[in-house]
Design a protein around this ligand. Sequence first.
Ligand SMILES: *Cc1c(COP(=O)(O)O)cnc(C)c1O
Length: 437
Amino acid sequence: MHYYGTSGTNEKGHLTIGGVDTIELAKEYGTPLYIYDIALIRERAKGFKETFEKLGVTSQVAYASKAFSSIAMIQVIEEEGLSLDVVSGGELYTAIQAGFDPERIHFHGNNKSKEEINMALDYGIGCFVVDNFHELEILSEACRSKNIPASILLRVTPGIEAHTHDYILTGQEDSKFGFDLQNGQAEEALKLALAKNELKVLGLHCHIGSQIFETTGFKKAAEKMIEKLAVWKQNYDFTSQVLNLGGGFGIRYTKEDTPIAPSEYVKDIISEVKTLMKNASLSMPEIWIEPGRSLVGDAGTTLYTVGSSKVVPDIRKYLAVDGGMSDNIRPALYDARYEAAIANRPEADCEETVAVAGKCCESGDMLIWDLPIAKAQPGDVLAVFCTGAYGYAMANNYNRITRPAVVFVENGAAALVIKRESYEDLVRHDLPLYAHK
Ligand SMILES: *Cc1c(COP(=O)(O)O)cnc(C)c1O
């Protein structure tokens, strides 16, 4: 049993998080229920931010709010002094509703609409991460018509793709995102942007992948970008004030995953960037990073109530819970793996291996295929760990299942931060064709 963050057990032998008994939470708020360990989120945030400070490198650590966006979550990010990435009008709206300083909001996305761009300009956000030529045009038009300047980063694809333990160099990267660095697109974008008075080019951005456990990919990407910056300094007298290296820092979902600490990622990457900049005779830019998963992933736990089971002789035993792909689509979407335990007796010895199934009408609705676990009974509470990133954020109403509640726990206290949806919520936007008979 691996205990994340502040997790442990109490005198009843129940799983606790943030000093709160999870079984009490299940009783009070029902299941499925997402619980976030706020002390762990703060620890991760400080791990990134304070490392930059110690190294004396000006930085922005922007939480990629797509991992989990809610008003309370963004308030925690604000308290920790981080910046924020948004990728849609909806995420931007949530940030503004949370009272987040617009100056520290960065707007991402490969197809921002004119409405979203206008909205972001009206709020006065700090930076647009421009993805493509179309955006360059519509952003500059919007700036001119409003007479508001915009700071931008150009998103480039450096030809590096990183996955978990390795990275690949892809000559011309086949990605829907960004300007290609190798084939001249990025340079073309820079020239266009520099010619527009309403746009201030702060620098370059890249994001090479997700769930990355080592720093080689980040360092290779920085190398590719800095090579170009040296040329662009010569050719256009362009100085990049900012180098944004994206997110993707890996976390531990199962015992096979071996991430390094936030401080280690930062130290290693910074030391390489410093060397590369020095060798290119360029001055050190601000370094921005964009962790999503690594700030909230292992701080999240989902509680379910165990219901039916089915034994397929000689093959496996299915254990069904009261949620599934409606609250965690990652196993179905990308074979994501998780660990879990019975929250009312997490220390009980494992007696069998089960496949944890959801309750949706879809054979692929599985949460875990091979979970060693104590014998679970209907009514037991199953805790699935490390569900804090892309869990609630991707939750849906398939089968008209209501989205669960979210509770934050810290220092022995629990706060409900997102209410469970009701059946009324499900039909809120439905309009009848006929009056009710
Ligand atoms: C998704 C994304 C992130 C965050 O990725 P994580 O794997 O959650 O850290 C950061 N930057 C960009 C541009 C992204 O698309």
